[in-house]
Write a protein that binds this ligand. Structure first.
Ligand SMILES: *[C@@H]1O[C@H](CO)[C@@H](O)[C@H](O)[C@H]1NC(C)=O
Ligand SMILES: *[C@@H]1O[C@H](CO)[C@@H](O)[C@H](O)[C@H]1NC(C)=O
Ligand SMILES: *[C@@H]1O[C@H](CO)[C@@H](O)[C@H](O)[C@H]1NC(C)=O
Ligand SMILES: *[C@@H]1O[C@H](CO)[C@@H](O)[C@H](O)[C@H]1NC(C)=O
Length: 378
């Protein structure tokens, strides 16, 4: 009975794996004979692979997944971003708020494709390509500002130049908040408490601005440019208490207006379009911040699991496979019992998940992300 169950799961995982491997379909052996490999070109970090074969599959997948996208000749803007990047998030919010016809392309920012490095002046997201213009735009505030003006009737900014200048001061100072956000996450047990204090001190300026303006949002009765430029890090703020080496606690009196603003922003339809759960943001930040994304170093063993009993201490390693870091999401549903659908970064990630969670296997439901606020696994 147990063996049959495991076999079924193995088959499901094998099926998902086969779908992931249309071109790079070399079947690797299941031994763990780790090799350290460095990129042939570029300056990327060296990675540990399960074995030689895993290196070949990884190289093949990276190559095939990095063809430059092609677009119809429709005059639409092309926004290159990364789903979990707060800077790209800024520009996505403006595209959506202003309903700008566009092509959004998610770029693998960990392992940047050659074509993107050639296309973007800084090889960073967001990059905005404008048909018939010689050079793409970069830097989130500049791209977002352009996107506001791109829509002639946009109401995201004040038409008064003095008010716009005041708004720009808010945005200029916000760079300090952003630096402290990351300083808190990176800090040691000694430095973190001090940076938490500094962070709240920097944020107090925004509390006071809301109080002074006497409006629900920085822009007025509806969110505008400033609100959307500030938002991405505030959406991510709830991950901080779980990740830092120290305490992070809101003083609800001190940040009364700001916390109300946060709640109101969460209700905004534009914010909702891109909203990700604390769990999703945490997964991303912990995987990427470690500089050693778990999907690089894994080694598949579908058949191995089938022959393995659950007493083997080697079980965890046996599940690991080499997945590319590309984001070609698929929506999957749980095979047995009940549970919400999950968006997996790509089919390989799904196969791994099934290998590691034998009692909660998922099967492909559709290509693309699951609708609504389904969690995302990378
Ligand atoms: C922008 O492009 C993405 C996909 O490329 C699309 O899903 C989205 O609806 C577009 N946004 C608008 C406002 O047209
Ligand atoms: C701007 O104008 C377009 C077309 O004229 C219209 O569809 C859109 O709703 C307008 N947007 C705003 C924010 O008024
Ligand atoms: C933002 O503020 C300006 C100036 O007060 C106003 O004209 C505009 O309608 C506001 N935008 C939104 C989205 O509320
Ligand atoms: C804040 O964080 C930075 C970066 O992690 C660190 O170098 C610094 O010592 C921390 N403390 C202060 C007070 O800046």
């Amino acid at each position: 009975m147990k063996i049959l169950f495991v076999l079924m799961l193995a088959l499901a995982a094998l099926f998902a794996f086969a779908q992931a491997e249309e071109k790079c379909d070399e079947a690797c052996p299941y031994n763990y004979a780790p090799v350290c490999a460095k990129p042939l070109t570029g300056t990327g970090k060296a990675l540990t692979f399960g074995n030689d074969c895993a290196v070949r599959v990884y190289s093949c997948e990276t190559k095939t997944s990095s063809k430059a996208p092609t677009f119809p000749d429709d005059g639409k803007l092309r926004l290159y971003t990364m789903k979990f990047c707060p800077f790209g998030h800024r520009s996505q919010l403006i595209v959506e708020a202003n309903k700008i016809p566009n092509h959004t392309v998610f770029v693998n920012t960990k392992d940047k494709p050659e074509w993107f490095i050639e296309k973007s002046p800084t090889a960073k997201v967001p990059t905005l390509e404008i048909p018939n213009k010689p050079e793409p735009l970069v830097e989130s505030l500049i791209v977002s500002d352009y996107l506001v003006d791109y829509q002639p009737n946009s109401s995201l900014k004040s038409s008064d130049s003095y008010q716009r200048a005041l708004d720009n001061i808010l945005l200029d100072r916000y760079n300090g908040v952003i630096s402290l956000f990351y300083a808190m996450l990176r800090g040691t047990a000694e430095s973190t408490p001090e940076n938490v204090t500094k962070f709240f001190n920097a944020l107090e300026y925004y509390e006071n601005q809301l109080k002074k303006r006497g409006t629900k949002f920085f822009n007025g009765s509806r969110p505008g440019f400033v609100d959307y430029m500030i938002w991405p890090w505030i959406e991510r703020i709830d991950i901080v208490p779980n990740l830092i080496k120290g305490t992070f606690e809101w003083d609800e009196n001190r940040f009364k207006n700001f916390l109300t603003w946060k709640k109101d922003m969460e209700q905004d339809p534009t914010v909702n379009t891109f909203w990700l759960s604390v769990e999703d943001h945490t997964t991303f930040i912990t995987t990427f911040a470690a500089g050693n994304p778990n999907f690089y170093i894994q080694l598949i063993s579908v058949v191995f699991i089938a022959t393995l009993t659950n007493t083997s201490p080697a079980k965890k390693d046996s599940c690991q496979t080499v997945c590319t870091a590309d984001y070609t999401p698929i929506c999957a549903q749980i095979a047995q019992g009940k549970g919400a659908d999950i968006t997996f970064g790509n089919s390989c990630v799904l196969a791994n998940y099934n290998c590691q969670h034998k009692d909660r296997a998922y099967t492909r439901k559709s290509d693309g992300e699951c609708p609504g606020k389904a969690p995302v696994r990378l």
